[in-house]
Ligand binder design. Structure first.
Ligand SMILES: C[S@@+](CC[C@H](N)C(=O)[O-])C[C@H]1O[C@@H](n2cnc3c(N)ncnc32)[C@H](O)[C@@H]1O
Length: 237
């Protein structure tokens, strides 16, 4: 089945639910998406078992996170979670408090679908879906002053693993991390991102001289599926 067919089936499945049960209820929408993926058609979403781990890491940050970059939007499941977490931490006027999530996607069809789901979940005041290669979008945001030095609390890598290290190094070069920022990477066991892991496990200190402490977390995903996320904390920006 093509990505477009899956996306249509997902939209039809969501439409079977009363709108008021999902409107402005991101966690309810995420649950319906996961139910679809479990029972109807496989999709490469960031699943609940991993989101639980990432949520705990974000909610226990000593300085509450406000600005998040999400590399690889797809249907927007992870970004719905980040938006919901920021609203949970900062309340409904999170936007006025400077909360923003930027998510990057190559595929225009996925950009349209994710934008629709973000709007349905009531997160379009803080979540911005940007079309194009993630590295280009990030550079543009930086040049436009939307993202400042030391201004990013968490980056999430869930696009193609071969880009993880280059995009982390771009974040380092732009100096967008602060002390305590998190870099979370999905699927570091399968298909794997060995060069990225080597960099963070060595403590960082590439051209940007950013230093990390890092830890792998195992989720309860089914055997044979990607199960590990890597959470790295910036100790020297
Ligand atoms: C595993 S999916 C992301 C899943 C998503 N985080 C979710 O939970 O729904 C990976 C996505 O990254 C996108 N992608 C891959 N390389 C990219 C790049 N360099 N820039 C932007 N998007 C990219 C792909 O088109 C695909 O939709």
């Amino acid at each position: 089945m093509t990505t477009d067919n899956r996306a249509h089936l997902l939209c039809a499945y969501i439409a079977e639910h009363p709108r008021e049960s999902l409107q402005n209820k991101p966690w309810a929408l995420i649950a319906v998406i996961e139910e679809f993926v479990n029972t109807k058609s496989q999709m490469m979403i960031f699943r609940g078992s991993k989101m639980k781990i990432a949520r705990m890491a974000l909610e226990s940050m000593p300085v509450k996170p406000r600005v998040i970059l999400d590399f690889g939007t797809y249907i927007g499941n992870s970004v719905l979670g980040w938006g919901a977490i920021l609203k949970g931490l900062h309340g409904p006027d999170a936007a006025a408090q400077g909360c923003r999530v930027y998510t990057f996607e190559l595929d225009p069809g996925m950009v349209r679908l994710a934008s629709y789901l973000v709007q349905l979940a009531g997160l379009d005041d803080i979540v911005h879906v940007l079309e194009g290669p993630a590295s280009e979008s990030l550079k543009r945001l930086y040049e436009e002053g939307q993202i400042a030095r030391g201004g990013v609390d968490m980056v999430f890598f869930d696009h193609w693993e071969r880009h993880y290290l280059a995009d982390l190094l771009l974040c380092e070069e732009l100096r967008i991390f602060r002390e305590g920022s998190l870099a979370i990477a999905d699927n570091t066991d399968m298909p794997g991102a060995p060069q990225y892991l080597q960099h963070v496990r060595a403590g960082g200190a590439g051209p940007g001289m950013v230093r990390y402490e890092t830890r792998s977390y195992e989720s309860t995903a089914k055997k044979g599926r990607p199960n590990i996320i890597e959470i790295s904390t910036v100790i020297e920006p």
